[in-house]
Every structure is written in C-alpha cells, then in structure tokens.
Design a protein around this ligand. Sequence first.
Ligand SMILES: Cc1cc2nc3c(=O)[nH]c(=O)nc-3n(C[C@H](O)[C@H](O)[C@H](O)COP(=O)(O)OP(=O)(O)OC[C@H]3O[C@@H](n4cnc5c(N)ncnc54)[C@H](O)[C@@H]3O)c2cc1C
Length: 377
Amino acid sequence: MRNEYDVIVIGGGIIGFSVAYYLCRANQSVLLIEKNFPGSGSTGRCITGIRAQFSTEASIRLAMESIELFKSMEDEFGFSVEWYPSGYLFLAYDEARKNSFLQNLAVQQHAGLDVRFMEKKDIQKLVPIMNCDSLLGGTFCPTDGQADPFRVLKGYHQGMKKLGGKILVHSEVIAIEIRGDGQKAVFTGTGETFVAPKIVNAAGPWAREVGNMVGNDLPVAPERHEALITEGVQPMYLPMLVDYRADGCYFIQRLSGQFIGCYTPQPPVPGKDLGTTFEFLTEMPRRMIRLVPVLENIAVIRQWAGSYSMTPDGNPIVDETDIPGVYVCVGMCGHGFMLGPALGKALAHFIVRDSWSLDMHEFKFGRSFDSKAESLK
Ligand SMILES: Cc1cc2nc3c(=O)[nH]c(=O)nc-3n(C[C@H](O)[C@H](O)[C@H](O)COP(=O)(O)OP(=O)(O)OC[C@H]3O[C@@H](n4cnc5c(N)ncnc54)[C@H](O)[C@@H]3O)c2cc1C
C-alpha cells in the first residue's frame, strides 16, 4: 500500500465515508482510516431517520440536498439503500411548541420544503391508529424519510474502491505530526505512517481526541443515547413520530416491519459509556404505546446505546481549522446520518476548490457559541 495521498480521512462512519467518496469522485487520491470497522461508531447505531424539518434556511437546504442524494443512491450504487419517504410528523402538545413549529414552518416553506401544519383531526386521519389525546396539531413533511445506514456505507465503500480510494480498517490513528512543508504525517497503532497535505477529522464521538493530536481544541463531547428495535410486523404506514414532550420519544417503522426508536434522556448522559439500562427498556415502550396503542402487542427484540457528538449550539462544525490543510466534519449531534451525504459532498468540494457549494456559515470552525442557535433541534 502506498503511503502518500492527497487527503487522509480519519473515521469510517457516514461522515468519513461520504467525504472520502466525494473526494474520490473529484479525482483525489484518498486514504480512509477506521480504528474498528465501518459503521462501528454512531452510524451503525442510529435509528435511520432523515428529515429536512430544521429551523434555519441553511440547515433546511443542506438537509434537502442530502435527501436528493439519498434518493439517487440506488441508481448511483446499483442497489437499494432502503430510502423510503415515510415522512416525519412533529407533534405539538402545548402552545409554545406549536408556535415554534409554526415559526419553523415559515422558514421551511420559504426554503421550498413541502411541509404543512396539520390540525389534530387531520393528524387523526393521516395516522388513524394514533392516540391523539391532548394533541394540538403538528407539522408533516411527506418528503422526509428513512434509509439503511449499513447499505449507505456499503455504497460509499464500494464506490470509493472503484474510484481507487483506499480503506484501512482495524487501524487506529494514534498521532499526527504537522511537518514544516505542510505535510501531515498520520501514525497508526499498527505501526504505519501515511502522509498527505490535507487531513479530515471525521472521528465522530472521538473527534476531540483526534483534534488534540494536532492542537485543535474542538468543543465536541459525546452523550449517550439509547435505542431499541422491535420484531417485524405488517406495515402500519406511520411517519416518523416526533414527540418532544419531556417524556416523549421518536420512532419509525422500517421497511422490514420493525419499529426502531429512541428518546433524549433527561438529564443528558455525557461520556463514552455505551451501557444500556432497564429504565430505557421499560420506559421507551411505554412512551411508544401511549402514542400508538396497538404497539402493545409487539415484542422488543434488542436495545443498544450510541453517542450523539454534541456541540454547544447543536450545529456541526464543518470547515478548515486554523491549521491549513486540517479539516473537521464533527459534532453531528443527532443528525449526522441524515446530513452526512450533503456535508461530505460540500466538504469535498471545499477541500478541492477552496469554495463552498452551499451556505455553510452556521457550521464554521471557531464560531462563537455565545448565542445558542439550536438550529438543528
Ligand atoms: C440512538 C441514536 C439514534 C440516532 N438516530 C439518528 C437518526 O435517526 N438520524 C440521523 O441523522 N442521525 C441519528 N443519530 C446520529 C448519528 O448516528 C450520528 O450523528 C452520525 O452517525 C455521526 O456520524 P460520524 O461519521 O460523525 O461518526 P461515527 O459513525 O461515530 O464515525 C466515526 C468513526 O471514527 C472512528 N474513529 C474514531 N477515532 C479514530 C481514530 N483515532 N482512528 C481511526 N478511526 C477512528 C470510529 O471508530 C468511528 O467508526 C443517532 C444516534 C444515536 C446514538
């Protein structure tokens, strides 16, 4: 294996693979280094949701671009990634939440998103099996959807290889040296050294540690989120239900018929511990059944935990850092899978052409976190 490349990407999740794939498409020689196996970080643990219902125009447009990319993957990769536009339904149970949804709706519609506010009676028609008690209404976007993260990674993996990209797995980056000539030497735990003028930190929950290797102090920190999946049952044609109540949850039915879902723990659980809890195993089904009572008869078959890699304002950091040739695509919070294709494509364009193809000002490295925009919530 050669040891000099145009770009070295550190991390084999959706972000690393997406940026590496689009760099290969731009005729760059690329090495992706993954310490474990592709998808072993957060990507293989996500609940597969993809939406464009965000609150700022830049995020909405970015997510809309990602959805277009998910749609085109079957043609591009030659197999289905199980993209399916099942829609997302955001539920409002109090006036404050309803008003914030209505504010977001105006921005979303301005950006060209097909999204609407639905009264309770219309939601009941859309999802007849849903318990709409105390619901005020909600926003529904039929072009939001879902896809299979492992199939997406497989597509990028195969695509990279066809284009001459190299992928090194079970190899951890343990040190990076910035040399006087601008070259970056990347050292692995298996004793190899690779050199490139440009490197990308796409290390997900470990981004801070990789950043520290070059002196980047990145404001990203992992938080544990648990999830579960049920046995498969007949299709119920539910959109992703997003219940933001303090004891709410989010879940969707996969094409396999299985329900997959999670909730945001209160208080948050910082750190890298990925242990699972009995509390989640009992509480999550209770929350799901409250929304869709027929789920009472369905068995949970597995639970697991993964990390959200959080930033202070809930937005990713996607940029060149203050060290020329060192790029970051980190801090994906709960949205890295859905934003991954568009972020990877945009960052690859920036790395090659030194200009952005999309409005990325919200994701700048070194931005102030004084006002917490929380635009991606
Ligand atoms: C329960 C749960 C549900 C979620 N649901 C959704 C959802 O529905 N939709 C959505 O969009 N997002 C969702 N997310 C968030 C999403 O999973 C993440 O935002 C996304 O996967 C982040 O991708 P990534 O490539 O940045 O990180 P990762 O997938 O974690 O990839 C980083 C990779 O870097 C590797 N690595 C780290 N350090 C090194 C090193 N030193 N050397 C070599 N390799 C290294 C790791 O092994 C890892 O494979 C969910 C997350 C969780 C936990």
